[in-house]
Design a protein around this ligand. Structure first.
Ligand SMILES: [Zn+2]
Length: 373
């Protein structure tokens, strides 16, 4: 066990509450931590973690281009431990509910930073990808986090360093942002359960890296569960109105009427419909006195059921794309919760049969398109 620093989710807008936590981890390199299911490495190198010294580092407001070299090193070291804490927590959650561990996950921090800085995250399997990968991607999957690109500005007292006017400034590094970390672990969970792209039947080096709406939505929902808030991206997208799909808030009632046809670039917005319906269903289960673990277990078992079918690949790919199919698998995974689940999903226009376009048409014909309820 080592003692490290991490931000703990506190349900408020911001990075969370800074705390010291115990982690079952070993320092395995100058910028690398290894845990039982997980390796986290800052690919930019440098002597960030001293195995003989204290491993509790200061977030240093994200470090970045305006901070001194020492502050940037602190921020990067903190990014490693913070990432390890959150990924370990998410994997532990999944392992507990699935009853078995997921395959090993490698996390690379500070990648894809040239020619332009990168402030995002993605999940990668070995296969074609944009941007192209300079790494040999691990067949069990990798998360990549950029080194940060922009500053977040908050009111006086918000996380960050105070500028001359008192306002707070934080260099937004994904390794400091639990919502981005949890979303990407969500893709790892999806890959090894629902396997939406039927990658298990593709050659190991030719995995499909594209994400369908159900993959994105499930990843956002898992982030909301782990953060304890439906406003998952409130910290770095707080400037985007709540009703704007790019905010990806789960508590406006997004319905199938808002589904944008085709797969091109709409997966996140379309996924918000699925995430928002899951959030409504979970809230309803809780209101009725149900157990959140049982709901989350139903989801993970439903994902596993969706991915367990051995039909012809093209048919399976099509089937695993459908909101109705995944809903049916969830309902079959827990007969007790199924009535509440189906009722809540129906309010979002998600029914247990029909293609996605059929559900959209039915919802558009049957309702006006008021989204916020
Ligand atoms: Zn994603």
């Amino acid at each position: 066990m080592i003692r490290v620093a991490a931000y703990l989710p506190d349900g408020r807008t911001g990075p969370g509450r800074l705390a010291e936590v115990e982690l079952e981890a070993t320092v395995t390199g100058p910028a690398e931590l290894t845990l039982p299911q997980l390796t986290v490495r800052d690919e930019r190198g440098g002597e960030l973690l001293d195995p003989t010294g204290p491993l509790v580092h200061d977030p240093a407001a994200g470090g970045g281009p305006l901070a001194g070299a020492a502050a940037d090193q602190q921020a990067r070291a903190f990014g490693i431990t913070n990432t390890a804490y959150h990924i370990h927590r998410a994997l532990h959650f999944a392992t507990r509910l699935l009853g078995q561990p997921l395959p090993h996950l490698l996390v690379r921090i500070g990648v894809h930073n040239a020619p332009k800085r990168w402030g995002g995250g993605h999940y990668r399997l070995p296969g074609a990808a944009t941007p192209a990968e300079p790494y040999d991607i691990a067949p069990t999957g990798e998360i990549h986090l950029g080194g940060g690109r922009t500053f977040l500005h908050g009111p006086a007292g918000a996380a960050g360093v105070a500028g001359p006017d008192g306002a707070a400034r934080y260099f937004h590094v994904p390794a400091h942002n639990a919502s981005i970390i949890y979303h990407e672990v969500g893709h790892h969970i999806c890959r090894h359960t629902a396997d939406f792209r039927v990658n298990r039947s593709r050659p190991q080096g030719e995995q499909h890296n594209g994400k369908v709406a159900l993959d994105e939505g499930t990843a956002d929902f898992l982030a909301a569960v782990l953060l304890g808030t439906p406003d998952i991206y409130g910290w770095h997208r707080g400037h985007i109105p709540q009703w704007d799909p790019r905010r990806r808030r789960l508590d406006p009632r997004w319905t199938m009427a808002y589904l944008r046809p085709g797969n091109g670039g709409q997966a996140h917005a379309n996924g918000t419909i699925w995430a928002s319906a899951l959030w409504s269903a979970r809230e309803r289960v809780l209101t009725e006195g149900g157990n959140p673990d049982e709901f989350d277990r139903m989801l993970l078992n439903g994902l596993t059921r969706l991915g367990a079918c051995e039909g012809p690949v093209a048919e399976e790919r099509d089937r695993r794309n459908r909101f109705s199919e995944l809903l049916r698998e969830l309902a079959s995974a827990d007969a007790t919760l199924a009535p509440t689940l189906l009722a809540a999903m129906a309010d979002h226009g998600i029914l247990p049969e029909g293609r996605n376009a059929d559900l959209r048409e039915r919802m558009q014909a049957g309702t006006d398109t008021a989204v916020v309820t």
